[in-house]
Design a protein around this ligand. Sequence first.
Ligand code: SIN
Length: 486
Amino acid sequence: MLPFQEMGSALIGGSWVQASDGRHFDVANPFDATTLAQVADCGAHDAEAALSAASTAFDTWSTRTAAERSSLLLRWHDRLVQASETLARTISLELGKTIRDSRAEVSYGNGYVRWFAEEARRVYGTTIPSPFPGRQLFVTREPVGVVAIITPWNFPYAMLARKIAPALAAGCTVVVRPAEDTPLTALYAAQLAIDAGIPPGVINVAPSSRERVSELSDVWMRSDAVRKVSFTGSTPVGKGIAQRASTTLKRLSLELGGNAPFIVFDDADVDAAVQGAVAAKFRNSGQTCISPNRFFVHQDLCAAFTDKLTKAVSALSVGDPSLESTDIGPLVNAAAVDKVQAHVQDAVDKGAKLLFGGQRLPQWGPLFFQPTVLLGLTVGMRIFHEETFGPVIAVMPFSTEAEVLDTANQSQAGLAAYFYTRDSARIWRVGRRLRVGMVGVNEALISTEVAPFGGVKDSGYGREGSYLGLDDYLETKYMCLGGLSR
Ligand code: SIN
C-alpha cells in the first residue's frame, strides 16, 4: 500500500537517484523494529549535486510570477490532501506516532502549504516619499536564494511543509535534509510536489544517516550559494548551525528546544486545565517542542488537579500506533526512552512522588514508556531544566503569582507557555511577563498555520507560519530612481 519502492532514493534535480557511492541506511518502524526501507545515504558529492540543482532552478523559479508559484503550490496542496491517509500512515509507520496524531499532523501541514500558496500573491513592496526633488524611492522584496532546510523527526511532514511552502512561495529553491529516523514522509511529500508540476531542482531532498550528516551539511554550511538555513531541532545543534552559518553570514530560522511551563492558578477551571494538560503533554507521546514540561499548580487546588489528572492519564490507551483507539505509541528510539527513564529516576531520587506510571512497557516493545505523573517537581531536578520529550508530567505546587512567574521564567528555553485562570487582568499581566514566544491561555493546543510559531532565548529565533512567515525568506531591497524632474 505504501509507495516505499521509490522512497529509497534521494531527489536531486527532479530525478530519483541513489547516493553517488551507493551507500544507504535502514529506516525502521519503532513499533515492531521491522525495516521499512533502505534509503540513499547522501554524502558530500550528493550535497553538491543537490545544491547545484537548486542554484540552477533558482534562476527560473525566482522569476516566475507570484501567481504561477501560487498555482503550483495549490496543485501540490491538492495532491497532498488526496494523499493524506497515505502520508499519515507513513508518518505513523516510521515514527510510531499514533494514527490519529499522524492524521492531525497531515492536516496541520497541509494548512501551511495552502496558507503560503495564498500568501505567495501578497508579497508587497512600498514607496517612500522622497526628501529630494526628482527622485522616487521604492522598497521591493526578493527571495533570499537557495535555502537549506533541516527537519526534525517528531513532525516529519508538518515541519517540512512549514519550511518548504514559504520558501517556494517567496521564490526560493531548497535543499532538504530530513531527519534520519523519518525520511520517508519527506520523500513521499516531495514525490507529490513533482507530480503536481513543481519544476525539477526547486525541491531537492538528500537524506543521510546520522554518521554522514556532518559531511552532507558541511557542504551546505560552507557554501556561499546557500543564503539561508531553516532548522528545527535541538538547541545545541541549532547553536552549532548558527556558528557555522556565521562564516558566510547566512540568514537563519532556528526553532529549537522548549521547556514550557503550564500554570494552573487558584481561580482556574480545573477540568479544563486537566483536559488541556493531557492534550498538550501527550501529543505525539510527549515528543513535541511546545509540550508543557513543568507543571505549576496552585497549592489550593493541587490535590483536585492531580487526582483528576491521574485518572485521565491512567485511562490513556498505550499500544499499537496504527489502531484508532491508541493514545500513546512507542518513542522514536532507544535514546529517547533512556532519557525519559533517567528524568523520572532523577526526580524520584530527589524526592518526587510517583502518582502514576514511571515504568517501561516491555510487553509492548523496548520503546514504550508508561504515561507518568510525578508530584513534587523542584528546581534541582533534571526535568526542570531539560526538555524530557516524553510522556511525563511533573507537578510543582506554588502559592503566589509572583513566585510562579519567577520560577516559570527560570529556564533558558523560551518557546511556549500555558496558563489557566479566569481573571482577565491576570491574563494580560501574566501573558506579558512570561518570557516565551507563544502563550496559550485557557487553551493548550495553540498551533495553527495562521499564527506565528517560534521562540526566544535558547529556543531560537525567526517566526514560521502566519502573515510573518514569508519574511524569513525575503530580502528587502531599496531602489532610488533619480533624474525624474529633468
Ligand atoms: C514541534 O514540536 O517542533 C512543532 C510542534 C507544532 O508545530 O505544534
